[in-house]
Design a protein around this ligand. Structure first.
Ligand SMILES: N=c1c2ncn([C@@H]3O[C@H](COP(=O)(O)OP(=O)(O)OP(=O)(O)O)[C@@H](O)[C@H]3O)c2ncn1[C@@H]1O[C@H](COP(=O)(O)O)[C@@H](O)[C@H]1O
Length: 111
């Protein structure tokens, strides 16, 4: 799998999450979660955060990745429910990275 493909997965998943807003609640996991509403989505985010903490305490790398994927997925559902998408979060992280000056230092290593 290419790096580009992996980089792109948040955007591609966000498109599917938008499409599920028009799907029948019985037809998909995400459509059912939307139908249950914000509190149900928040409950899943909380559960997955807790499961991530427990996996990290166990120190099993595969389990950590699995639980963080569940957590990221449910935060993407939350963002979509709120009319937002991963690009907004990525832009905020990019802004903070820019503020840190690390990118500029990397471009001028001898300063
Ligand atoms: N990436 C995911 C994804 N990650 C996790 N999950 C679901 O999130 C749930 C995780 O919750 P738990 O571990 O608590 O398992 P559970 O007991 O089955 O969950 P609950 O039924 O209690 O909520 C599971 O049901 C997983 O199937 C996901 N469901 C869907 N996707 C993606 O979302 C897209 C749309 O999904 P559908 O709406 O199902 O078509 C798919 O193409 C996938 O790419």
């Amino acid at each position: 799998m290419s790096l580009l493909h992996e980089d792109d997965v948040l955007a591609r998943l966000a498109v599917v999450l938008e499409e599920r807003k028009h799907a029948d609640a019985g037809s998909s996991y995400v459509a059912k979660l939307y139908a249950k509403g914000l509190d149900a989505i928040l409950k899943k985010v909380g559960e997955e955060a807790t499961e991530t903490v427990m996996a990290a305490k166990d120190g099993d790398a595969e389990h950590i990745v699995y639980e963080v994927a569940d957590l990221w997925f449910h935060t993407l559902v939350l963002l979509a429910h709120q009319g937002l998408g991963p690009q907004a979060v990525l832009a905020e992280l990019d802004r903070r990275f820019g503020l840190s000056g690390i990118a500029e230092k990397a471009a001028r290593p001898h300063d």
